[in-house]
Design a protein around this ligand. Structure first.
Ligand SMILES: Nc1ncnc2c1ncn2[C@@H]1O[C@H](COP(=O)(O)OP(=O)(O)OP(=O)(O)O)[C@@H](O)[C@H]1O
Ligand SMILES: [Mg+2]
Length: 202
């Protein structure tokens, strides 16, 4: 937060770059701690704690994207909303899931290429997807991606990642009576899509 506030003042390009690196490292540490804590609780047989509220999906995802932009200034991070606006979900949990997906898009996608977050709400079901360009995920990894402690062979995956991000994303989606799916090809890029399908209150 302090680094983000500082970055809004006048600085040289070098200082701004350093502040970007600090924001990125802090966000990464926060993500790892949150995922590790959830993993430990899940191992203990406790489910993902969820506080769903009926709210504006477009606004919640826009805020989340705005915050994530500060952690990856070198990537155009685009948000698009389609359909109705309201949906039933836990804002913090959605933020955690989208944060994990965007962090992956930055770590494993094509450097500097646009990353698109699309939210949609249609009646009972809402979806949030994250798309990036770059080398597609190998077929043998696609089937195991959402299992805990599974990592790929990329340099970014070997350096300091633990393979929990997508496992937690799946737990969050399932806690919302939904799922997460992935498609990944050279031509179409990589898209992860979370469905939120909790029954709306009558
Ligand atoms: N958008 C993506 N493009 C290409 N490969 C991806 C993408 N997202 C995930 N992967 C691959 O899936 C693996 C598992 O991702 P996951 O987020 O679960 O763990 P991680 O990123 O390795 O570690 P952590 O998220 O715990 O820091 C990654 O190591 C990477 O190989
Ligand atoms: Mg990850």
């Amino acid at each position: 937060m302090a680094a983000e506030l500082l970055s809004r003042r006048q600085h040289t390009a070098d200082t701004l770059k350093l502040l970007g690196t600090i924001s990125d490292s802090v966000a990464r540490a926060q993500r790892l701690v949150a995922d590790l804590l959830d993993y430990t609780l899940l191992q203990e047989g406790r489910g993902i704690a969820l506080h769903p509220v009926l709210c504006d999906l477009s606004e919640a995802v826009a805020r989340c994207v705005e915050e994530l932009r500060l952690t990856c200034p070198d990537y155009p991070l685009i948000h698009l909303h389609l359909g109705e606006r309201s949906a039933l979900f836990d804002k913090d949990r959605l933020h955690q899931a989208v944060g994990n997906l965007v962090a992956n898009a930055v770590a494993y996608g094509e450097r500097g290429a646009p990353i698109q977050v699309t939210s949609r709400s249609y009646g009972r079901a809402a979806t949030v997807s994250v798309h990036n360009w770059g080398v597609p995920i190998p077929a043998e990894l696609l089937g195991r991606l959402f299992e805990p402690l599974v990592r790929g062979q990329q340099r970014a995956a070997k350096a300091g990642s633990i393979g929990l991000g997508l496992f937690i994303v799946r737990q969050i989606a399932q806690a919302h009576a939904g799922e997460v799916s992935v498609t990944s090809t050279e031509q179409a890029g990589t898209t992860f899509c979370i469905t939120l399908a909790m029954p709306l209150p009558q």
